[in-house]
Ligand binder design. Structure first.
Ligand code: ADP
Ligand code: MG
Length: 263
């Protein structure tokens, strides 16, 4: 944990609204947060609070025509909100890895696991096909796919949800990201599989010294993964702090209600 570093990601008074038939609807209001190298920051809040919109903002994936944003999203010294689509694609491809909730996770059903990983590697890394094939196998072993070699020839539907999520993590790691954005990556998984995936993410983060922005509605998951926590409620940041401090002394009634919901 290296919180005294300059943050690699700094969201500074971000506002986001969507166009609706009734006019602009505000979904994020002046939110600020930061993630440093080697640090996991959780965004926690109930459904509809703006967690995914925050993630999509950082990735530059909000719909251009219907979303309006102001504020700053500083990443490695640049304001992502000022980048062209092309520059943003490069940042997304080379610097930021993403994993989403199964089954929204976008493994292509018509390609084998090996082909998808190899394609990602050929796209983002300077590798020959033989090198990419070898690296794909190494990545699958790294995310602990059992019998990775034979699994590579499988199509995604042949894998369990947990295994597909492991493949997605391998895909996210293919570009060797500095920042990993995980949007409810374990929400749809069984509890034991969830614990395994959380463990895997933490382990990989420590090895790679990545910053992780981890989105969840579950305070139990927050306790497992996050160095710091940002509590989001209907588009407002209610509190931010070290996770241990927030658990010991939540300053907001809403945070107390989230904590009370941990089984
Ligand atoms: P969370 O991830 O915390 O459950 P979201 O970030 O997905 O919540 O959504 C926050 C709010 O923004 C919700 O009210 C949602 O309906 C709205 N919203 C999200 N995406 C869009 C969009 N593309 N167009 C219009 N409204 C959206
Ligand atoms: Mg969401």
């Amino acid at each position: 944990m290296t919180t005294e570093n300059n943050p690699m990601l700094q969201i500074d008074r971000l506002n986001t609204s969507f166009r609706t038939p009734e006019g602009w609807r505000s979904v994020l209001r002046d939110i600020s947060l930061s993630v440093s190298e080697g640090e996991t920051v959780a965004i926690v809040g109930e459904s509809g609070s703006g967690k995914s919109v925050t993630a999509l903002s950082v990735m530059g994936l909000l719909p251009k025509g219907t979303a309006r944003q102001d504020g700053r999203i500083l990443f490695e010294g640049r304001d992502l909100l000022t980048l062209s689509d092309r520059e943003m694609r490069a940042v997304r491809g080379d610097r930021i890895g993403m994993i989403f909730q199964e089954p929204m996770t976008s493994l292509n059903p018509v390609f084998t696991v090996a082909d998808q990983l190899t394609e990602a590697l050929l796209l983002h890394r300077d590798m020959s096909r033989a090198e990419a094939d070898a690296e794909a196998l190494r990545l699958l072993e790294r995310v602990r796919i059992p019998s990775a070699k034979s699994r590579m020839k499988d199509y995604p539907h042949r894998l369990s949800g947990g295994m597909r999520q492991r493949v997605m993590i391998a895909m996210a790691l293919a570009c060797r990201p500095k920042l990993l954005i995980a949007d409810e990556p374990t929400t749809a998984l069984d509890v034991t599989i969830q614990a395994q995936i959380l463990h895997l993410i933490r382990e990989l983060q420590a090895e790679e010294n990545m910053g992780v922005l981890f989105i969840t509605h579950d305070m139990g998951v927050v306790a497992e993964v996050a160095d710091r926590t940002v509590v989001l409620y209907r588009g407002d940041v209610l509190e931010t702090g070290q996770t241990t401090d927030i658990f010991a002394q939540p300053s907001h009634a809403y945070t107390r209600s989230l904590l009370a919901s941990i089984p």
